[in-house]
Design a protein around this ligand. Structure first.
Ligand code: AMP
Ligand code: MG
Length: 343
């Protein structure tokens, strides 16, 4: 299949988005930008089309897809009436980088829900994504645009490498805004359980007056015993082939000292904050930004580069677990396969 590229980097041309939406209507796959990461989308009401997303990504059939909508009417079409807490969350965080798990109506095919009776709903704020859904006139099921197990697609070059010839259209609108996937929540016994942390933080949800729980799989390793509430959590994710390790201390000097010590005895690549870059006297180092927002924005494209360095170990500077730091820790712990040292 020949993939058509639509370039919306400079200007959002609605006629081109309309063209892409026709491919969604025809049951084809379209890669499109959202404010979190790029998504690989299909008509969420078309079982065959959604099955093709799993094929293109090599995604496990038991890992459900998030369904993207652009208004409340579309939510009503696909899920049972939300309760008051769920309605409050939708009002507060939609549109935005937020996914809520709700009881699915039968109109949603089983391939999308992976056989669960629930479905994840998200209303993106990205203009291209919104227009694409509007012109398609149907909800769009879309996981992150990456081969399963790889870091999520945030940059078009990485996406081209993985999906050229496998999807009908790729819409290029440059680097995404946030760089980490949406926060996924489910309301359980009147509490908001975070199943995957993201830009909407625990603290943001608590401000609404709700009790918030962090699912134990977010910072812990899935032990294979209990049923996971978010099936995606049990899979290897984000990990480069090169062994990675994250090192953190609240005391920055201590953290730097430890990283220097380990990097002296091994052939390493260090991924560090811009402000610490000059403190490491090694051949290979990459700047990841200074703030949590900057790190979130850069981290997936950095993780995709590390295998090119041919080193024995990648050392990543760690960060606090509050705010956006919880989401970063969640992704980086997986990238490091839980090889983490806090001193
Ligand atoms: P991705 O689409 O690649 O960003 O991943 C979607 C994430 O949302 C995965 O971690 C899924 O496990 C989770 N998810 C999607 N639908 C559901 C659902 N119905 N129940 C629980 N988790 C879900
Ligand atoms: Mg994903």
């Amino acid at each position: 299949m020949e993939t058509k590229y639509i370039d919306l980097k400079k200007e959002i041309e609605e006629n081109k988005i309309c063209e892409a939406s026709n491919e969604i209507k025809n049951g084809n796959l379209v890669i499109f930008p959202t404010e979190t990461v790029y998504g690989i989308g299909a008509n969420a009401l078309n079982d065959e089309a959604c099955k093709n997303i799993f094929k293109a990504k090599g995604r496990a059939g038991d890992n459900p897809l998030i369904v993207h909508v652009n208004n409340l009417e579309m939510i009503k079409q696909i899920v049972e009436e939300p309760n008051d807490i769920e309605k409050n969350l939708i009002n507060a965080f939609c549109p935005g980088p937020f996914t809520i798990i709700l009881k699915a109506k039968d109109i949603i095919p089983k391939s999308v829900t992976a056989g669960l009776d629930t479905v994840g709903i998200r209303m993106p704020s990205n203009k291209v994504a919104n227009k694409l859904i509007e012109y398609a006139g149907v909800p769009i099921a879309a996981p992150s645009a990456n081969i399963s197990g790889r870091p999520s697609g945030t940059n078009i070059e990485d996406i081209k490498n993985e999906f050229d010839g496998k999807v009908t259209v790729i819409i290029d609108s440059g680097m995404v805004d946030i760089g980490l996937e949406s926060t996924v929540v489910r309301v359980i016994n009147n509490k908001v359980r975070i199943l995957r942390p993201g830009k909407i933080t625990k603290e943001d949800i608590e401000k609404l007056g709700f009790k918030v729980e962090i699912d134990k799989n977010i910072l812990g390793k899935y032990d294979g015993k209990e049923k996971v509430l978010s099936p995606g959590m049990k899979y290897r994710h984000y990990a480069p082939n090169t062994k990675c390790m994250m090192i953190y201390s609240k005391n920055t000097e201590k953290m730097i000292e430890k990283i220097r010590e380990i990097s002296e005895s091994k052939n390493t690549l260090i991924i560090c904050r811009d402000k610490n870059y000059d403190k490491y006297n090694v051949e290979y180092k990459i700047k990841m930004g200074n703030t949590l927002e900057e790190i979130a924005h850069n981290i997936f494209s950095i993780l995709r580069k590390v295998d090119k360095y041919n080193v024995d170990l990648v050392i990543i500077e760690g960060m606090e677990k509050e705010g956006l730091g919880l989401a970063l820790n969640n992704r980086l712990l997986r990238a490091c396969e839980y090889n983490y040292l806090e001193i």
